[in-house]
Structure formats: C-alpha cells, structure tokens
Design a binder for this molecule. Structure first.
Ligand SMILES: [Ca+2]
Ligand SMILES: [Ca+2]
Length: 215
C-alpha cells in the first residue's frame, strides 16, 4: 500500500499544480461523500492533519466522487502488478477496506485501513490481515480461504516473480502455512492462532506477502 500512497502523493504533485480556489469550491459542492472532519480523522488515525490533506487530494484525484468502488481499486492495483493478474487479490483487499460492506470505500475507510497497515502496531496489522484472509467473515480462516488468498497472491505476482511456478505450488504453500497455524488441529485458524504463528515465524509473514511487499 506504500505504493498506492506514493502514487497518490505523486499524482497530487503532478496534476493541477496551481488550482485556484474557485475550482476547489466547485469541486466540493459536487462531492457525493464529504470526508469526516480532518480533526476527527487525525484523532482516529496515526496520520497528521497535513498528511491527511495530502492523502485526501490524491484520493480525490483518483476518485472524484469521493468513494472508491471495486473496479477503480482493481484498476489502481493492476498498474502495480503488470506481470500478473491482481484482480482477485484486489477484490479481497477491497473487501477488507470496505468495513461497512456496502461496495464502496470512503476516504475515512481508506485512511483508517492505511493507518493500520502503515503505522499500526504489529497486532493491529495482523488483525487486519486476518480479517483479509477471513473471506466469509465468520471469525476463522479455513483451508479454502487460505487457498484462495495464496492463489490470488501468486496470480498477482505473476511469472515475473515466480518464473518456475508449477500449478500445484500454491496448495503446497497453503498446506505448510495451515499446519503451522492451526495449532490445535481443528481445521480452522483463529485470530489468536494466526497471531501466534506469524510472530513465531517472520519468514512466514514475508512469504505470505504481508505488509510492505504487497500493500
Ligand atoms: Ca472464514
Ligand atoms: Ca485451530
């Protein structure tokens, strides 16, 4: 997601370097969903007011309506992974950001997620990631959900990153992850099992593409 922030920031700088006030005012009146007060967001996230303003301008450039839908999200993600197919991963990621589950991400949802991913505690990051993996949101990660996410990551990274990929490699990864994570061998991974396993094994976190690499 650092990449997304980078792009947002870059585009803020590149586009419309000298917008006049009238333009801004006009734009504000056409916004469907205004952001929460920046002071409130500053209190709720780990960003400063100035950072939030930069992020908001970038967000508005990319999504003038003030909300991101899944299609836009996939489009943005595809630009970062030109050698693979990022659409499935972007789909799951979108659902994790879309905390109200209504098919759109408001600025508040976006910066709240970003704040956790970039500046949250390790536990907060792991909780967020658990939520991403828990596709049906029942509080457990089952083997099918883990298979789906790992496959989506492989698809996204594409042949450029894994030139020797064989079709059954994701399942081997999934089985290895799952055995390590499902401590009590009951067939599902709970949040606590997930957090313990990730903290035990940094390699696992890296190979699952958590955080910096994919986000
Ligand atoms: Ca689940
Ligand atoms: Ca278990």
């Amino acid at each position: 997601m650092g990449a997304v922030v980078g792009t947002l920031t870059m585009q803020t700088k590149q586009r419309r370097p000298s917008r006049d006030k009238t333009d801004d005012e006009l734009e504000m009146t056409t916004v469907c969903h205004r952001p929460e007060g920046l002071e409130q967001l500053e209190a709720q996230t780990n960003f400063t007011k100035q950072e939030l303003q930069i992020l908001y301008r970038g967000f508005k450039n990319e999504c003038p309506s003030g909300v991101v839908n899944e299609e836009t999200f996939k489009h943005i993600y595809a630009q970062f992974f030109p050698h693979g197919d990022a659409s499935m991963y972007a789909h799951y990621l979108f659902n994790a950001f879309d905390t109200t589950n209504n098919g759109s991400i408001k600025f508040k949802d976006f910066v709240t997620g970003l704040s956790i991913l970039l500046r949250g505690t390790l536990r907060e990051k792991l909780e967020w990631t658990f939520h991403l993996y828990d596709i049906n949101k029942d509080g457990y990660i089952n083997r099918e959900e883990m298979t789906e996410i790992v496959r989506a990551i492989y698809d996204m990274m594409g042949k450029y990153t894994y030139p020797a990929l064989k079709g059954d490699v994701p399942q081997q990864h999934v089985d290895a992850f799952f055995q390590k994570m499902d401590k009590n061998k009951d067939g599902v991974v709970t949040l606590e099992e997930f957090i313990i396993a990730c903290q035990e094994d940094e390699t696992m976190m890296r190979s699952m593409q958590l955080f910096e690499n994919v986000m």
